[in-house]
Design a binder for this molecule. Structure first.
Ligand SMILES: [Zn+2]
Length: 155
């Protein structure tokens, strides 16, 4: 058998080259991913999945822009909780935090993790994260690294 890439007569390996399954020689396996003879289907599926997976970049940026909490978030939580006739204990139980933690959050002694903030938002039906537009303005000063910066950092 001849290698499907260089045409050399050699012992061939099954490899995935740019998403195409090919029989290639040892030298040419570097152009792709060598597929093991067994569990071939799984590897192909995994490779396809890997290829299709979108870059998480844009989502991360989006998430980061949502990090800012509204001003007076502690008071807003307290007021919303009282409006609902809920005790700190009840709110804590709903969002999986201790009563003392809820007290600290309401006094803004503790900035709850985003996950907890989202739960509180849901339970109390309030908005605690700032609107994205505001966050964008706030983040505008952060510019991406330029080539110049990279060269500087490299020194
Ligand atoms: Zn080859």
């Amino acid at each position: 058998m001849r290698c499907e890439i260089c045409g050399k007569e050699a012992k061939l390996k099954r490899a995935l080259v740019e998403g195409v399954e090919m029989m290639v020689c040892q030298d040419c396996t570097r152009y792709g991913i060598v597929l093991p003879e067994k569990k071939q289907q799984g590897t192909l599926a995994a490779a396809a999945k890997l290829k299709k997976k979108p870059l998480p970049y844009s989502k991360d940026v989006f998430e980061e822009m949502k990090q800012e909490l509204v001003p007076d978030w502690g008071r807003k939580i307290k007021e919303a909780r009282e409006r609902k006739g809920m005790s700190r204990e009840e709110l804590g139980a709903k969002v999986g935090e201790k009563t003392t933690t809820i007290a600290k959050i309401e006094n803004e002694e503790l900035r709850p993790p985003d996950e907890t903030v989202k739960k509180i938002e849901k339970v109390l039906e309030i908005k605690l994260f700032q609107e994205i537009e505001n966050a964008v303005v706030k983040h505008k000063e952060v510019r991406p690294l330029t080539l110049g910066d990279l060269l500087k950092n490299a020194k």
